[in-house]
Ligand binder design. Structure first.
Ligand code: HAM
Length: 422
């Protein structure tokens, strides 16, 4: 029987994986300059963690989690996102006592959501995300957004759209929530089953409903922006002025609510508006979560972060037809003629590799022509040929495949010579 990969997952093969590595390296570089440090948390957590943070009424918790009982009957869930675990670790490891605050963290790793697979939507996907925990300075909101934009731009993306909103503080949200209930309640019977449930659990989520998107009450729904109290409004204004100072263009969308419950104040998404990008245009999403640390049993500290998936990042790169500057090829291929030369190539190859060169040889007893073909396929910059004549002189005939230049080089000096040349 031939096995098949599970639906909504991917094998990333050599040839493709280099693009992933490129983005991961860029992400790490940018995090270094912005001073975010990597955190690695488990791929599974106690289910309770996600119920409490992501929220019981969200699609993620209601429909999308990979939840199972372990052998001792504990409910375990494969992480659907990274914020909950980062905050759990922050609280559990008492990171608030570290001298440098806010604590700035990043992660890259697989997340799991049981969604209907389609272009840009997988059941296992890789998120890169950052979290800044412990600061209420609006400049950190702008910094988080700036880091995300810079990462996309570093890969050459141009068709980016940044959308922001404020979800306000608890007081503003309470007032808005009441207005939403009053707005929808009289005609809630015209809405889908999910929305009917959301009316009293989380009316804000009605605004995010895909099924009822076209209902006339949606467009006329009260906007959170009209319910922001002075403090929330001032905070949002400051975030916008910092974005302008950083020359990051944005639009305010009062309907942006995000699909997770822990948000307040700043919420944002970055979309691609490239032609040819699929139906799912959101590349990244994030926002502030000022009550989350405390609700996880920690001190009352604010936080903000975002996450993007590498899958959608790569889809955007493809939609914009961008060739990533990925270095191809190897430094040297050793071609041998005869048994003795073949034996000599074993320690020689080791020496080249030890010197940090990317080097390869034939393992299939190919004829010389076949070996040269391999060197071509591997895009070798240099080919070192060793035959009986060369062996007598302890040398190789070295050919520079770029210039066509040929030269005899002592085997003992080959590694050093190549290093100088490359
Ligand atoms: P999220 O909006 O659920 O937020 O996901 C963030 C990003 O993950 C999305 O914009 C998208 O790029 C990617 N993503 C989500 N689901 C899938 C999927 N099924 N297939 C491919 N990509 C997907 C969060 O996860 C929050 N934890 C972000 C955050 C961090 N907020 C504050 N800190």
């Amino acid at each position: 029987m031939a096995y098949q990969i599970p639906r909504g997952t991917q094998d990333i093969l050599p040839g493709e994986v280099e693009k992933w590595q490129f983005i991961e390296e860029k992400a790490r570089e940018i995090c270094k300059s912005y001073q975010y440090k990597e955190i690695r948390t488990p791929i599974f957590e106690h289910t309770e963690l996600f119920l409490r943070s992501v929220g019981e009424s969200t699609d993620i918790v209601q429909k999308e989690m990979y939840t199972f009982e372990d052998r001792k009957g504990r409910s375990i869930t494969l992480r659907p996102e990274g914020t909950a675990a980062a905050v759990r670790a922050f609280v559990e490891k008492k990171m608030h006592v570290q001298p440098e605050q806010p604590v700035k963290l990043y992660y890259i790793g697989p997340m799991f959501r049981y969604e209907r697979p389609q272009a840009g939507r997988y059941r296992q996907f890789v998120q890169f995300g950052i979290e800044a925990i412990g600061s209420n300075d609006p400049s950190i909101d702008a910094e988080v957004i700036s880091l995300a934009m810079e990462l996309y731009k570093s890969a050459g993306l141009k068709n980016l759209k940044l959308v922001i909103n404020s979800l306000g503080d608890p007081e503003s949200r309470k007032a808005h929530r009441e207005a939403l209930v009053n707005h929808f309640e009289p005609r809630i019977g015209e809405f889908c089953h999910d929305c009917q449930n959301r009316l009293h659990t989380n009316p804000l989520r009605i605004l995010d409903c895909k099924k009822d998107r076209g209902h006339e009450l949606m467009a006329s729904a009260p906007s959170i922006l009209d319910y922001l109290n002075e403090e929330s409004k001032a905070y949002f204004d400051k975030v916008q002025s910092y974005l302008s100072a950083l020359a990051i263009p944005f639009t305010v969308d009062k309907n942006l609510v995000r699909g997770l419950d822990y948000y307040n104040h700043t919420a944002f998404e970055i979309m691609s508006d490239a032609d040819g990008f699929g139906a799912i245009t959101t590349l990244a999403g994030g926002g502030r979560y000022n009550g989350l640390v405390e609700s996880m049993g920690g001190p009352s500290l604010p936080g903000i972060g975002f996450a993007l998936s590498i899958e959608r990042f790569l889809a955007a790169i493809e939609a914009e037809n961008i060739q990533l500057p990925i270095k191809e090829g190897i430094d040297c291929f050793i071609v041998t003629m005869g048994e003795k030369a073949k034996d000599r190539s074993v320690p020689l190859l080791r020496d080249l590799r030890k010197a940090g060169l990317a080097a390869e040889k034939d393992y299939e007893d190919k004829k010389m022509k076949g070996q040269f073909k391999s060197a071509d396929r591997l895009k070798a910059r240099f080919v070192a040929v060793i035959g009986d004549d060369e062996l007598v002189k302890n040398a190789a005939a070295l050919k520079d495949m770029e210039t066509g230049e040929q030269k005899e080089i002592s085997l003992d000096e080959l590694a050093e010579y190549l290093k100088q040349k490359l």
